[in-house]
Design a protein around this ligand. Structure first.
Ligand SMILES: [Zn+2]
Ligand SMILES: [Zn+2]
Length: 357
């Protein structure tokens, strides 16, 4: 569990009974997310988040015990394998009643239900997880390794963002930032019909570029050693990109660069968070005169998660290229270090925690 002061610890908690109208999940694997590193240090801005907390919001597991009501409403049985949508919408607020995904009193698994709430097991880092009624679960196939399925959540974000950016059949798309979220955007852009996807990063990203190529990227550009504007010009026959997706975390130089990489009347999707830093070198007149569209993307919707799960299990891309490293609770420090990119000489496109019991 995360205690909120930069540390994590293992605590033994009793295997829960299913909550009223809910179920208990035996967690198989959970994807580690870049935001987990920040969450370990304390609150990250999720309304209502608690500490200590069992984190983990990219959770895949099997139903271990289920109440009759839940079996009926989810049409699931013990042993069924599912992904857990971390957002639990209340179903009663004005937004929920209007079918708007922005529920105003949502719970978020791995964040807002703490160790002191009920069984305390509400996140994928735990070996068991309690599931409340109304949880949005998606059935998953049995014959795919669990660590290949934890990408459902970053992929749900990517599908939503590709849709926000209006990626169309035949488009040329540049994805800035080849981390697991950027690679998910590559897959989502291809699935949305992009004819060409170009992935940019830095010299530290060699392994991530190899993964991008294995996932179908048409080109990769190391912006430290190549001129990205000239290269995108060449690759698009001088037209430049229809859509640029900025998925790079923290780095702000990608934003003025995006303005140079996109075609006139093209779209820039901003989704990489910059820790509230101002952006140097952004000349907004270029946005005005070239009539660019700037859109933000955050999180996913229930619809994009449905699409992402279908895409993930469809064999339409090389899932194994996205797996990266798999750690256990015993080697979680190693996984956290890979996530932080602080292991000398090693990098990983994604890290999953796999439970052994
Ligand atoms: Zn995540
Ligand atoms: Zn609601």
């Amino acid at each position: 569990m995360f205690t909120g002061d930069g540390k994590w610890e293992v605590r033994e908690l009793a295997v829960p009974e299913p909550p009223a109208g809910g179920a208990v999940l035996r967690v198989e694997a959970v994807g580690l997310c870049g935001s987990d590193l920040a969450q370990m240090q304390g609150p990250i801005g999720v309304p209502g988040e608690k500490f200590p907390v069992v984190p983990g919001h990219e959770t895949v597991g099997r139903i271990e015990a289920i109440t009759a009501e839940a079996a009926k409403s989810w049409r699931l049985a013990e042993g069924d394998r599912v992904s857990v949508d971390e957002i639990l919408r209340c179903g009663e607020c004005a937004a929920c009643r209007a079918g708007d995904p922005e529920c105003t009193s949502m719970q978020v698994y791995g964040y807002t239900l703490g160790v002191d709430d009920g069984s305390g097991l509400w996140g994928g880092y735990g070996e068991r997880m309690a599931l409340l009624p109304r949880t949005n679960l998606h059935r998953l196939p049995d014959d795919v390794p669990a660590e290949e399925l934890t990408m459902f959540e970053p992929l749900a974000n990517a599908v939503h963002w590709a849709s926000r950016a209006g990626v169309q059949l035949g488009d040329s798309v540049v994805v800035q930032g080849p981390g697991h979220q950027g690679l998910a955007c590559l897959i989502a852009a291809k699935a949305a019909g992009a004819a060409q996807v170009i992935v940019t990063g830095t010299s530290a990203d060699a392994q991530r570029f190899a993964a991008a190529t294995a996932l179908g990227a048409d080109a990769t550009i190391d912006v430290e050693n190549e001129d990205p504007i000239a290269r995108v010009g060449e690759l698009t026959g001088g037209r430049m990109a229809d859509v640029v997706m900025d998925i790079a975390a923290v780095a702000t130089a990608t934003i003025p660069l995006a303005v140079q990489l996109v075609r006139n009347r093209g779209t820039i999707l901003l989704a990489g968070l910059k820790h509230f830093q101002p952006v140097d070198g952004l000349i907004t007149d270029l946005i005005v005169l070239r009539q660019l569209t700037l859109v933000g993307g955050a999180g996913y919707t229930p619809a994009s998660m449905r699409t992402a799960v279908d895409l993930l299990v469809s064999d339409r891309f090389n899932r194994a290229a996205l797996v990266g490293d798999v750690v256990t609770l015993d080697t979680l420090d190693e996984g956290m270090a890979l996530l932080a990119r602080s292991t000398p000489g090693r990098d990983s496109v994604h890290v999953s925690l796999k439970h052994t019991s």
